[in-house]
Design a protein around this ligand. Structure first.
Ligand SMILES: Cc1cc2nc3c(=O)[nH]c(=O)nc-3n(C[C@H](O)[C@H](O)[C@H](O)COP(=O)(O)O)c2cc1C
Length: 238
């Protein structure tokens, strides 16, 4: 039996370590106060750097922040912006038609950011009931070079997920923090402070730290229909 055949045989009954990390990863929202050693964060950045990218363009910029004052400052900016959103577009308890129309217009202008699902989190952040970075000691901010080939944000997403998988393989916890976006898009304070300028644009951020407890583990996930074409037939698998 060749090595390849042997490996294929083993795969019939066992998952690889990489698959295990991918399938068991969960977003971590409670972190230990302990900082992550710098060398581990550098290894995580390296995993990001090794991600594929269109034309090998690597259209990303990573900024590591381990200063609580900066993370707190970004959180405060986001809280203020979420308060603004909440007062403008949360018409749930108000029958005022003009307000409702204005809210609909604002929501239509930002259909992804003001989607109903994140809207409840926007309300929680505005009310100070949800910590933006979940008190994680390290946050990596990811910016795309908007001049990149194809879809630079996709390349950044792949770099981000490489970093997430690397971090979990080291026993760390991570959580994507898309909600830091308004601090970089609705305000100039933090782009200036962190030296972000054209051609860089915020994509997402990653909270990283030692988890409290063992949050990683498999959970049920919804299945999506996949069309499979083979031997002249189309099959739909789940
Ligand atoms: C691009 C992106 C942005 C996200 N932003 C946030 C965020 O701002 N805050 C948060 O707590 N979770 C955030 N999440 C985590 C998702 O809520 C989480 O991945 C999803 O609920 C599935 O749970 P799981 O990661 O444990 O599998 C984000 C995830 C992604 C992929």
């Amino acid at each position: 039996m060749t090595d390849q055949e042997q490996k294929t045989e083993q795969l019939k009954t066992a998952r690889t370590e990489t698959e295990d990390v991918i399938l068991k990863r969960r977003s971590v929202r409670i972190y230990q106060r302990k900082q992550v050693p710098a060398f581990m964060i550098k290894r995580i950045l390296e995993a990001g750097r090794f991600a594929p990218s269109a034309g090998n363009g690597r259209p990303w910029k990573f900024i590591v922040v381990r200063e609580p004052e900066i993370l707190d400052g970004i959180s405060q900016t986001v809280i203020q912006i979420c308060k603004g959103y909440k007062s403008l577009i949360d018409y749930r308890y108000n029958g005022n038609n003009v307000r409702r129309m204005l809210a609909n217009l604002i929501i239509k202008s930002k259909p992804n950011d003001l989607h109903p699902v994140p809207f409840s989190a926007i309300t929680l952040i505005a009310d100070g009931r949800l910590q933006l970075f979940h008190d994680a000691p390290t946050v990596i901010f990811i910016f795309q070079d908007v001049r990149g080939i194809g879809f630079p944000a996709l390349d950044c997403g792949m770099a981000a997920q490489n970093m997430v998988i690397a971090a979990h393989s080291m026993g760390l916890g991570t959580c994507y923090i898309g909600f830091s976006k308004p601090a970089f898009e609705n305000s100039k304070i933090w782009t200036k402070r962190l030296g972000i300028d054209y051609p860089y644009k915020f994509v997402t951020s990653l909270a990283i730290g030692y988890p409290v407890g063992k949050p990683d583990g498999m959970v049920a996930r919804p299945t999506h229909a996949v069309d499979w074409y083979e031997d002249g037939k189309k099959e739909t698998i789940y």
